[in-house]
Design a protein around this ligand. Sequence first.
Ligand SMILES: Cc1cc2nc3c(=O)[nH]c(=O)nc-3n(C[C@H](O)[C@H](O)[C@H](O)COP(=O)(O)OP(=O)(O)OC[C@H]3O[C@@H](n4cnc5c(N)ncnc54)[C@H](O)[C@@H]3O)c2cc1C
Length: 383
Amino acid sequence: MKHMSPIESEHLQMIRESAKSFAEKHIRPHVMEWDEQQHFPKDLFHEMGKHGFLGVLVPNEYGGAGLGYQEYITVIEEIAKVCGSIGLSVAAHNSLCTGHMLLFGNEQQKQQYLPKLATGEWIGAWGLTEPNTGSDAIRMKCTAYLESDHWILNGTKTWITHGKSSDVAVVIARTGELLDSRGMTAFVVERGTPGFSAGKKENKLGMRASETTEMIFDQCKIPKHQVLGLVGDGFVQAMKVLDGGRISIAALALGIAKGAYQASVQYAQEREQFGQKIAQFQGIAFKLADMATKIEAAELLTRQAGKMKDQHLKMTKQAAMAKYYASEISVAVATDAVQIFGGYGYTKDFPVEKYYRDAKLCTIGEGTSEIQKLVISREALKE
Ligand SMILES: Cc1cc2nc3c(=O)[nH]c(=O)nc-3n(C[C@H](O)[C@H](O)[C@H](O)COP(=O)(O)OP(=O)(O)OC[C@H]3O[C@@H](n4cnc5c(N)ncnc54)[C@H](O)[C@@H]3O)c2cc1C
């Protein structure tokens, strides 16, 4: 399976080849070492920036690659085929921190931050989630109050991708009443700002080379001009950022599923039992058929959401459907892959146990599958 799209333009094939050869050369040789050691390879990010993978959607004038969602999906997919962790980090950097600034930053903020983020000189983080407010982000406790020409930020954000290694973070904090969707504001916080520190690093099941830590704010003083967009718009902005982010998690899930599938096809044609290749058993061949069908369906949903996003159409429902379906089938495909490998699939000598661990994050991050179903049903009932 080279790629799943029925028709892929030469331009998209070129992007695919570029991401693929980068992943094979710079990521593949280190995958298990980084996973075992929970090592976030910061240097790799600087290198990826040079190749345009960290500012895929950022216009050329701000130092980005100036591409659209089809190219972005392809980049995430090819990286995730090799390593889900790096795929997750690239997705979070592009879609969340950089994506938020691209959508809601003013000209001065865009000029100041986007070139650094798009070229990988700086790594970005995005903080919405808190210890007691994940799915229910509107109840966030992290607060900011205005004191003369500064905002004072207090509270803890948890589960933040690049919470320690990032150079800059977009942080959403309460500036108004609890449960008021217009009572939260987005701030740009640079590393080194007094009162901003990293907390506990999570020891995770999968995605272990993608750094996940707390971000702690203790009387953190942020200049007024670091507000993104309007005061009070932070939550509404975050929901819009997540619409795009969900396409990137769908692409991440798709890449993991394709990696697991490709490994399974190869193994099933090599491994012999009862005097024949296991691919010749209908029980295995039908599993491969189910895996391939699920992957194609997920790709169609993901690319449809990407196309709508590129056309500036409202795609909240399509992005949630793509994220929900692609992440669930990614887990199913990776589970089947472990089964096809038998006992060998249960060891770290073969790649499928990692796909199995990494895939699960896709049903949780940027809104769980249950939350996607809430979004989909809410949107469907409006139609
Ligand atoms: C590796 C990793 C990286 C992450 N990176 C970031 C990041 O960079 N920035 C950031 O802000 N966050 C990040 N997150 C946080 C992530 O978005 C949250 O974990 C996710 O939104 C779920 O929140 P929670 O973990 O608090 O689960 P909870 O909200 O506590 O949910 C627990 C369970 O209850 C279910 N549930 C909750 N509400 C409902 C409902 N109304 N109906 C039905 N079921 C419901 C959920 O689906 C889930 O099964 C990351 C998480 C992980 C694991």
